[in-house]
Design a protein around this ligand. Structure first.
Ligand code: NAD
Ligand code: UD1
Length: 342
């Protein structure tokens, strides 16, 4: 559906902003909704600079139904790519109601408005977190899901189930659920990237903030796992590859019915120490670290079988770990304080 308008919720955020760039390149017309609770308007200004296109933007909340209705009234929306939501695992344990309200309630609001306005194409940001502790590797889409270990993960699983139920009840509805593994990296320009507020929870933002001098050393959570060097193994996927996965999903919506589920990962796992080494090489900076206790809820190894996405979406991650680290470093070194204070 090139040329058609696509509502991108959370489009000012990390994955959303990269996806908006690729949507414009692919000929779609994104319309962004974001309440800026975890993003800066600057990110969209930079997306506009990269693409040379003006992007319609609404500073609105998913929980504000009239605001959602007004956007659908103003634009001829053909599909929705739904990134908006809360994503901090620790915060979800402390504030589960906020997570259920925003992630689940926000999504049901959005779906109600879509159906009311006759919009039936939906792509959802899910997560490998829905698989819980891996029972086998690599993880295929048929791996059992739902045994999530935190409220954030449960909101993703609940939303997936809602979408499956709804796509049975609403015969016109077409849904693609994308289960991301570990998105890292940044756009080649180095002008957009991941900009976490506060102390980063995830590995790459922490490593890059150590490399740029914002933090003194990395804590490596455990070195006694049954992995190549004892540290945790994950499937890191370049955010631009991930963004391209959404383009493939949007195109797929044209020829499916019901709800389809795809893993988006590379299929290769790297340990924490392998990532640190690759980042040091890419940045030319030392990343001091200390080994500490395991983090509660962490698995030894998690990586995808991404072959279904290749077969059915024609999508395959093309960018390797070196490129992910180089691009992450370009963003971090050009924007040491993220979007806010340069
Ligand atoms: N980054 C990851 O590692 C990862 C992994 C798996 C899944 N996901 C999912 O992908 C999506 C995007 O993740 P991201 O890393 O880009 O996160 P992000 O926080 O950068 O982006 C989410 C965006 O949603 C906006 N938002 C939050 N609540 C909102 C609300 N009530 N109304 C309107 N906008 C709201 C935020 O301001 C932010 O810009 C999320 O749904 C996340 O759960 C992320
Ligand atoms: C238990 C937990 O929080 N899991 C979340 C974490 O996954 P996940 O654990 O896969 O991703 P992270 O980036 O947090 O961690 C990757 C690897 O690096 C290690 N590591 C991480 C940070 C650090 O400072 N030091 C360190 O050693 C971890 O132990 C892990 O082995 O982020 C995902 C993306 O937001 C969420 O979907 C997961 O629910």
């Amino acid at each position: 559906m090139p040329g058609k308008q696509v509502l991108v919720t959370g489009g000012a955020g990390y994955i959303g902003s990269h996806t908006v760039v690729e949507m414009v390149t692919a000929g779609f017309s994104p319309v962004v909704l974001d309440n800026l609770s975890n993003a800066c308007p600057e990110s969209l200004k930079r997306v506009e600079a990269i693409t040379g296109t003006s992007i319609p933007f609404y500073s609105a909340d998913l929980l504000d139904k009239p605001a959602l209705q007004a956007i659908f009234d103003k634009h001829d929306i053909e599909a929705v790519v739904h990134f908006a939501g809360l994503k901090a695992v620790g915060e979800s344990v402390a504030k589960p109601l906020s997570y259920y309200k925003v992630n689940v309630g926000g999504t049901t609001n959005l779906l109600e408005v879509m159906l009311e306005k006759g919009v039936y194409n939906f792509v959802f940001s899910s997560s490998a977190t829905v698989y819980g502790e891996p029972q086998f590797l690599p993880i295929t889409e048929s791996h059992p899901a739902g045994a999530c270990i935190n409220p954030y993960g449960r909101t993703k699983y609940v939303i997936e189930e809602i979408l499956k139920d709804l796509s049975i009840a609403e015969k016109n509805l077409r849904v693609v659920l994308l289960r991301y593994f570990n998105p890292i990296g940044a756009h080649k320009s180095g002008t957009i990237g991941e900009d976490p507020s506060g102390i980063p929870n995830n590995l790459l933002p922490y490593v890059s903030q150590v490399a740029v001098g914002r933090r003194s050393e990395l804590s490596v959570y455990g070195s006694d796992y049954d992995t190549v060097d004892g540290t945790g193994v994950r499937d890191y996927v370049h955010v631009v590859d991930l963004a391209l996965g959404h383009i493939a999903a949007l195109k797929k919506l044209e020829d499916i019915s019901g709800c389809k589920v795809y893993n988006l990962g590379t299929g290769t796992g790297y340990s924490v120490l392998q990532v640190v080494e690759a980042f040091e090489k890419a940045s030319g900076k030392k990343v001091p670290y200390k080994i500490v206790d395991r983090r509660a809820g962490d698995s030894a190894s998690v990586y995808a079988d991404p072959s279904l996405a290749e077969k059915e979406l024609g999508w395959k991650a093309e960018r390797g770990l070196t490129e992910m680290c180089e691009d992450c470093w370009r963003w971090q070194s050009q924007n040491p304080q993220g979007f806010k204070k340069d």
